[in-house]
Design a protein around this ligand. Structure first.
Ligand SMILES: Cc1cc2nc3c(=O)[nH]c(=O)nc-3n(C[C@H](O)[C@H](O)[C@H](O)COP(=O)(O)OP(=O)(O)OC[C@H]3O[C@@H](n4cnc5c(N)ncnc54)[C@H](O)[C@@H]3O)c2cc1C
Length: 392
């Protein structure tokens, strides 16, 4: 295939792999550069709402992922101190019936492995691990990427460059200096816990549980064929880390939830080890790219995880990117069309995630009002609020 049909992708995370598959399925040859020497399958759980699973189906990845994913029956929101249930939103068949696609939960590693398996076996995708994209320059023939591997530098020409290099994207800062991600003043404390280590009351349930407390919240759901649960507890925390996996002592995390009810506190206390992850969001950009260079996923619109759309929005980007590039004569215009198609939705998602964070962490006494509203609208109200997300 000629160079004019070769697309360079920086980053083999969820977004980069998805984009590679979508582009290769649309007739492009794709070169993917990943700075890590092997796939980084760290991370805890990921929720995949119907818009995400629809994108996975389009990419041809859903069947590979599905055996490792779980379809929870409902999402239950409760107050972490009083233990009152505020709203229950049916998932399972209710999601399939309404949106034509399932609501799944899995380990990030399962999603990453499924994407890497399909990308790795595609004849038009070349995955180069241990290869860091350090610089690039646009010119009349497209774009030249400078790639460093084992202290050797190679220059590679492509028709387009997709920056899928995550929340601290170098491609974004190269295009727009001074666009470092914004720290949200919060940390997520993540753990996976064997199901049988949990308090009896919470064991074996195929639910997504959300517990709301002043200045903090907890989400947990089953993963790994129901043998474990994935737990993410978010608290206000000024301390920053750039890593996805900084180890944290269990005693330090448990102490932060001492005023919670015994049930959610018991879930948190069941973990033997936590990993801390600081929450950041990407600055708003318009447009995302310049010329034949664009951004995708967290690099373009990294968002807080409170509406569980980080991976979903990257998967959606991948499908839309390929739709716009397929058959396009003018690559730069096709990339601006992709950005225009995606920006209103991802900007709305970023802002919805910010708002949901504020609602989840409402301090006393405002949380009483929040709880009353949630009880009144119930699961049907929650579904109505999220419908624009799930429809895609
Ligand atoms: C290790 C890890 C663990 C995570 N864990 C969770 C989790 O448990 N739950 C959750 O909801 N979300 C998690 N996320 C975030 C979630 O995966 C992303 O929000 C979402 O999938 C969007 O993905 P992305 O492809 O835009 O970015 P990412 O998934 O962050 O991928 C970016 C990739 O680009 C690579 N890269 C960066 N710079 C360069 C460069 N210059 N050249 C080449 N490669 C480069 C990185 O190594 C990385 O593999 C995690 C992300 C990572 C990287």
């Amino acid at each position: 295939m000629s160079r004019s049909r070769t697309v360079l992708v920086a980053g083999a995370g969820i977004g980069g792999l998805a984009a590679s598959i979508a582009l290769a399925n649309s007739g492009f040859r794709v070169l993917v550069f990943e700075r890590n020497y092997q796939p980084d399958t760290s991370g805890a759980g990921i929720q995949l709402s119907p818009n995400a699973t629809r994108a996975l189906k389009t990419l041809g990845v859903l069947d590979t992922l599905a055996p490792n994913a779980i379809e929870p029956s409902e999402l239950v929101v409760g107050n972490a101190t009083s233990r009152a249930i505020l709203a229950t939103m049916p998932l399972g068949t209710a999601m399939q019936d309404k949106f034509g696609a399932p609501y799944l939960v899995c380990l990030r590693a399962d999603l990453h492995n499924a994407l890497a398996k399909i990308a790795g076996s595609h004849p038009d995708i070349e995955l180069r691990y241990g290869s860091m994209l350090t610089d690039f320059a646009s010119h009349s023939r497209g774009v030249t990427g400078q790639v460093e591997r084992d202290r050797q530098t190679e220059e590679i020409i492509g028709a387009a460059l997709i920056g899928a290099d995550g929340i601290r994207s170098q491609i974004r800062t190269h295009l727009y200096p001074g666009t470092a991600p914004r720290h949200g003043g919060m940390s997520a404390w993540r753990a996976t816990i064997p199901m049988d280590a949990l308090p009896e009351e919470t064991r074996g349930k195929k639910q997504v549980r959300v517990w709301l407390g002043p200045g903090a919240h907890l989400v947990h759901y089953p993963v790994a064929d129901g043998k474990e649960i994935n737990l993410v507890a978010v608290t206000t925390d000024a301390q920053m880390t750039e890593s996805w996996g900084e180890e944290a002592a269990a005693t330090d995390v448990v102490r932060r939830f001492s005023d919670w009810n015994e049930v959610p506190r018991g879930v948190i206390a069941s973990a033997s080890q936590f990993r801390r992850w600081s929450l950041y969001e990407a600055p708003l950009l318009s447009p995302w790219g310049k010329g034949v260079v664009t951004l995708l996923g967290d690099a373009a619109h990294g968002m807080f995880p409170f509406i569980a759309q980080g991976a979903a929005s990257a998967l959606e980007d991948a499908v839309t990117l390929a739709d716009n590039l397929r058959g396009a004569e003018d690559v730069a215009s096709a990339l601006r069309n992709y950005e225009r198609n995606r920006m209103p939705r991802t900007t709305k998602m970023q802002s919805a995630a910010r708002n949901v964070g504020r609602i989840y962490h409402m301090p006393k006494p405002f949380n009483f009002g929040r709880d009353m509203v949630m009880e009144r609208i119930g699961g049907a109200g929650l579904l109505r609020q999220n419908e624009w997300i799930y429809r895609g």
